[in-house]
Design a protein around this ligand. Structure first.
Ligand code: SF4
Length: 413
């Protein structure tokens, strides 16, 4: 078995753990932000309803800022206040409400999981973190821990980006915080620290501390309720440990949780020396030709053709203007030709490459793709018959377009 990490990276003193819990919870009670899912979780007497509210909020909050989520969350809960209501929704409705929130598979899987609870689990939510993670699609270890602790009072910890930052600073963990070895240690630590009588509040408090005080760039250490337990702060205030190692030092090299010897403590960074992450991979560059086809509808209003994307992969099931991935380095003339060929299939009539008007380029950054849309437009006259054998497609007015399940990237286009 690997050697346990040195004491300076652990919480081993029960009195210190007790003090940290007390300080953090007292701060949370006084300073927490009012958020709609918190209000519901605190006031709803039915545990399954609480769990549903926490679940929806946690899925929306993955990769998305709180300020953006609030409006989506309120609209969602108004439309589908219970798991049973969500189970009856169509994927199209889910995508429409999710439009603009990004990472669309989250909404889809939330709805699939709701259906599963209703059809296979007799409408009852699993009540422990282990079962939630095992039985519900799209529910990972973090979300399972959040639902189980906040809604069902299970004394189980959570580790998200905020918790990683706080714990790495509290215990001077400078090894790559995205590595499985470090993540495992952080889960152990979160499970050991969580308050046994108020686990949900404790977990929310730790995350709240990371979101509002122990923030990535300029943490407010002076206002921090756990500053007396923070080893990064101590290191910043009192400098490097003495050259003669004491019980708290790791010695030179070989510690699995210390910063790598090649990137030691940088005193200009202070507590923000922690956490450390391996360099992110650069997003892949991709180019896509997209064409806004327009016609006059029967009431004289302009209408635009949108087509549905496949049901799996990026932006699954969302609607977009007819689009075509382009090979790198393709000349403009060639781009027009391939796009014109592609459009013929939808419109059922010849499309001349020269008739396509180049509008400009739109850049959208997905998490792993730097996507450039080369945007063309093409007005069409008269009746256009769409081939029903191709992907689903429909004509929409501008208003209908904005109410459809379309991505933010398409709205930019
Ligand atoms: Fe974070 Fe500073 Fe508090 Fe340490 S003292 S936990 S670095 S805010």
């Amino acid at each position: 078995a690997p050697a346990p990490p040195p004491a300076r990276h652990l919480f081993s003193d029960p009195a210190e753990i007790e003090a940290l819990r007390g300080n953090l919870l007292a701060w949370y009670d006084k300073c927490k932000r009012d958020l709609p899912w918190r209000t519901l979780a605190a006031t709803e007497p039915d545990a399954d309803r609480r769990a549903y509210a926490v679940w929806v909020s946690e899925i929306m909050l993955q990769q998305t800022q709180v300020a953006t989520v609030i409006d989506y969350y309120n609209r969602w809960m108004q439309k589908w206040p219970t798991l049973q209501a969500l189970a009856q929704a169509s994927l199209e409705e889910v995508n429409e409400l999710w439009a603009g929130l990004g990472y669309y598979s989250r909404g889809k899987r939330l709805q699939e999981a709701a259906r599963k609870v209703v059809s296979e689990l007799a409408g009852r939510m699993p009540r422990t973190a282990e079962d939630l993670q095992k039985l519900l699609p799209g529910v990972g270890r973090y979300t399972a821990g959040a639902i189980a602790s906040i809604s069902y009072g299970q004394a189980t910890g959570v580790v998200d980006g905020n918790v990683i930052r706080v714990l790495c600073r509290l215990r001077c963990i400078g090894a790559d915080s995205s590595s499985p070895a470090v993540i495992d240690r952080l889960w152990d630590m979160a499970n050991a620290l969580v308050d046994r009588s108020r686990p949900g509040d404790f977990n929310q408090a730790l995350m709240e501390l990371g979101a509002t005080v122990c923030v990535p760039k300029a943490p407010l250490c002076g206002e921090c309720p756990v500053k007396q337990h923070c080893r990064a702060r101590r290191r910043k205030l009192f400098g490097k440990p003495a050259p003669v190692p004491d019980v708290e030092d790791c010695g030179v090299g070989g510690c699995p949780l210390c910063p790598p010897a090649t990137e030691p403590w940088d005193s200009s960074l202070g507590v923000t020396n922690f956490p450390r992450k391996a360099a992110k991979k650069q997003p892949r560059a991709a180019r896509t030709a997209t064409c806004v086809l327009e016609r006059r509808g029967c009431h004289g209003a302009l209408e635009y053709l949108i087509v549905q994307r496949p049901s799996s992969g990026l932006l699954a099931g969302l609607w977009e203007f007819p689009s075509l991935p382009l090979a790198q380095g393709l000349q403009e003339e060639k781009q027009r030709e391939v796009l014109a060929d592609h459009l013929q299939a939808w419109t059922g009539r010849p499309v001349a490459a020269g008739g396509l008007r180049l509008i400009g380029e739109v850049v959208h950054i997905f998490s792993h793709i730097h996507q450039t849309y080369v945007v063309y437009s093409l007005p069409l006259d008269g009746d256009v018959t769409l081939d029903p054998a191709l992907s689903p497609s429909r004509w929409v007015t501008e208003e209908e377009f904005h109410a459809s399940a379309v991505s933010t990237a398409m709205k930019k286009v």
